[in-house]
Write a protein that binds this ligand. Sequence first.
Ligand SMILES: Cc1cc2nc3c(=O)[nH]c(=O)nc-3n(C[C@H](O)[C@H](O)[C@H](O)COP(=O)(O)OP(=O)(O)OC[C@H]3O[C@@H](n4cnc5c(N)ncnc54)[C@H](O)[C@@H]3O)c2cc1C
Length: 421
Amino acid sequence: MNPLSSDVLIIGAGPSGSIAAALLRRQGHSVTVIERQKFPRFSIGESLLAHALDFIAEAGMSEAVHSAGFQYKNGATFVRGDEVTDFNFAQQFTQGSPYTFQVQRAPFDQVLAEQAEAQGAVVRYEEEIVNAKFGAEKQVVTVRNKAGETYDITSRFVLDASGFGRTLPKMLNLEVPSAFPVRRAYFTHVEDRMLSNAFDRQKIVITVHPTLHDIWFWLIPFSNGRSSLGVVARDEHFARFATDPVSRLRGLVAETPSLARLLTDAVFDTPVNELRGYSANVKTMHGQGWALLGNAAEFLDPVFSSGVTIAMKSASMAAKVLHRQLGGEPVNWEADFAVPLKKGVDAFRTYVSSWYDGRFQTVIFHPKPDPKIKAMLCSVLAGYAWDEQNPFVSQSERRLQSLYEYCAALATPRSHAALPT
Ligand SMILES: Cc1cc2nc3c(=O)[nH]c(=O)nc-3n(C[C@H](O)[C@H](O)[C@H](O)COP(=O)(O)OP(=O)(O)OC[C@H]3O[C@@H](n4cnc5c(N)ncnc54)[C@H](O)[C@@H]3O)c2cc1C
């Protein structure tokens, strides 16, 4: 294949780029992926949801991912003080995968990119998209290589899968602020030295700070005795600590007894990273000759590990629409891609918002959950946020609000709350 011309040009070889590349190759289209970094490279976003495995299977990558030695994940544990609640993906409403993986993104993203290459996509590393011109038939992107030289690639369509790089949103002035307040994350990898009976390595642990309930931590165990540890909070919560990332992360862990206990013997041997203001949105997800995938379009929040799943879902949906368009069919990117994708993203949005305003925490830490309702919530947490059969997806805000009112009323002893319908 001539790398200077292809049916589809993809910006970025993260999960959305590699899945889209493989899916389009499987339908016979030529694909060039331009990736500005050298793989393997660190990336954040290590806890997958069960639904992500469906897209990995669709892209023909199951065997490679299953044989890469990643940590199996079967659900999530939430901890707030003495309150502990588990969600097991095997006990969910949607007929979906009962498990997934917790992955170091360096090898994971490399496996996906290599799988896309094995299916015929051309991936050019350490090259960067620096300009793009769009037309009715032909798109021209300008690439800068490692030596600083530029050259053009023509294609029929461009998919921007550049994640937080947000290449086309910046170039085309599409960025709009997220409705979520600015939050900051500090994170690292530790040798966790957790006792096997103290902890289920097959679950992410989301721990809420004991007094400041909008501060939360992730602990994501890997298969090699190490874990990813991170904290998320608004800026003002960090102000009482020294400014260095280690003091801030370790200071908040020390205030959270259940997490501090789990990490008693942990070895902090890796620098602590920092990310701020990562939530982002755009005016539109598509235009003449281009569409945005994954984080290049919108990033909500890390709390329910939805990022990679949304990125893969967007790749899967875009590849279907684009296949039809390249075959000469008329397509409507808004109706066929943006609107249905946003439905699931909006369901996640309900649970992210209500996590921080406290409603979802009241629901999940309720001591006597209804098993059927818990299974429906479990499906959302497993990533099946596009399952319209699930009322906690199709009417997420209404259902969540009435469930919250019911749980909150039960928490006050003299109430006679009616079960929500
Ligand atoms: C603190 C935090 C914690 C998170 N935790 C989780 C989690 O546990 N689970 C989860 O699912 N998600 C999590 N996420 C979200 C997750 O990181 C992203 O949603 C996911 O990586 C998005 O995938 P993507 O393919 O859209 O982009 P990315 O994974 O960001 O990949 C984009 C690629 O494009 C390349 N690129 C960028 N610009 C250019 C350019 N101009 N030219 C060429 N290449 C370019 C980049 O080098 C990169 O390789 C977290 C996010 C944050 C901020």
